[in-house]
Design a protein around this ligand. Structure first.
Ligand code: ZN
Length: 79
């Protein structure tokens, strides 16, 4: 298992996610982001808007995703 925070995954808080694969952690982060967005949490609304901007450029989004995947893979496993 590896750990990444909401902030590390393009979010806005220090909430920690634990997963065995990048796909899994990306999914958790997305779910958490949506929940906070629905609660109207301003920091997460801003983060979500930035992400939407990024999605307008598919290549930029792909690069971002790949960089985060590398970051995840480089992390040490949780003890
Ligand atoms: Zn968060």
């Amino acid at each position: 298992m590896k750990t990444m925070t909401c902030k590390q995954l393009g979010g806005a808080c220090d909430h920690r996610f634990h997963a065995n694969s990048f796909e899994e952690i990306a999914e958790q982060s997305k779910k958490h982001g949506m929940e906070m967005f629905q609660k109207g949490d301003q920091a997460h609304v801003n983060a979500m808007n930035e992400m939407r901007e990024l999605m307008k450029t598919p290549d930029a989004m792909k690069d971002w995703f790949e960089n985060k995947r590398k970051e995840f893979n480089a992390l040490p496993d949780d003890k």
